[in-house]
Design a protein around this ligand. Structure first.
Ligand SMILES: [Zn+2]
Length: 276
């Protein structure tokens, strides 16, 4: 197996990552087209930048400065009254940082104590169902045997409808299950075990993007971790076969890429649409 480092981590294509896997589950045809350069993704970079803005702050001063140096022009307003200042959507990042940085429990959890061995942005890799898999962990406390992932979300406690559970749940639930964080953390736990031989406890530190940010430390119950890992194991081989061109990718039929390829060749009825 190839050794992964901070330098080659993002270029590497020999391993599957959870975000890459999710793209292939959404639409295999699109994901292949994106990787092959045949389809250029257009997406709002703001949530990713905001997340990295907050993450890099808690990684280290050097990481935050490097992030600002690289992305500074995207964060700063270029016109109007606020010219030269941080854009409104990133000011919230400062509030999120402020809400965590002086919280003793957060600091203890995320940075550990001076005698503990805590690694930030730790790369983990190994195999899941025989497929090479990698991940990057925000903060791993190797002394205490747990890892913490910082997740930014719209809200934590606003109530939202969850179609699968058929009831309203706090936004954090939809965020965790919707983005598959329970699967992601279960994979990371498995990879950490493969690397160290030890069982680690996964923890989410959630911080909201509300004007006055909310925060919570969330433990994913064992049953959800197990279910999350099972879901990955059920689909990972199919995904890997598509990546390795062993099977033809299926097109979802409805994403931007599929719409761009669409030709009208049949008629749908109203009942077809209702049943869809
Ligand atoms: Zn598609």
């Amino acid at each position: 197996m190839k050794e992964l480092t901070q330098e080659n981590y993002y270029q590497d294509k020999e391993y599957l990552s959870y975000s890459r896997m999710k793209q292939f589950l959404k639409c295999p045809a699109r994901a292949l087209a994106v990787e092959g350069g045949a389809w250029i993704e257009s997406r709002d970079e703001t949530p990713l930048l905001l997340g990295n803005y907050v993450h890099s702050y808690f990684e280290s001063q050097e990481a935050h400065e490097a992030f600002l140096k690289e992305n500074g022009d995207k964060l700063i307003s270029k016109a109007g009254k606020t010219k030269g200042q941080l854009k409104k959507e990133f000011l919230i990042g400062d509030s999120m940082i402020a809400s965590l940085k002086d919280d003793p429990s957060f600091n203890r959890l995320y940075h550990g104590s001076s005698t503990e061995n805590v690694e930030k942005e730790m790369i983990v890799y190994g195999e899941i169902e025989g497929v090479p898999f990698k991940g990057k962990l925000d903060s791993v406390n190797l002394t205490q045997g747990y890892f913490a992932d910082l997740k930014t979300m719209k809200s934590i406690y606003d109530m939202e409808w969850n179609a699968e559970l058929r009831r309203k749940v706090p936004t954090a639930v939809n965020n965790i299950l919707g983005f598959g964080y329970h699967s992601q953390l279960a994979i990371y736990r498995d990879l950490l075990k493969q690397m160290t031989g030890d069982e680690f406890r996964p923890i989410i530190v959630a911080v909201s993007k509300e004007e006055v940010p909310d925060k919570e430390v969330i433990r994913i119950d064992e049953e959800w971790l197990e279910e999350g890992l099972e879901e990955v194991k059920e689909t990972i081989k199919e995904v890997w076969d598509v990546i390795q061109r062993k099977v033809e990718p299926i097109a979802c039929g409805h994403c931007d890429y599929c719409r761009s390829q669409k030709k009208l060749n049949s008629i749908v009825t109203l009942n077809n649409l209702i049943g869809d």
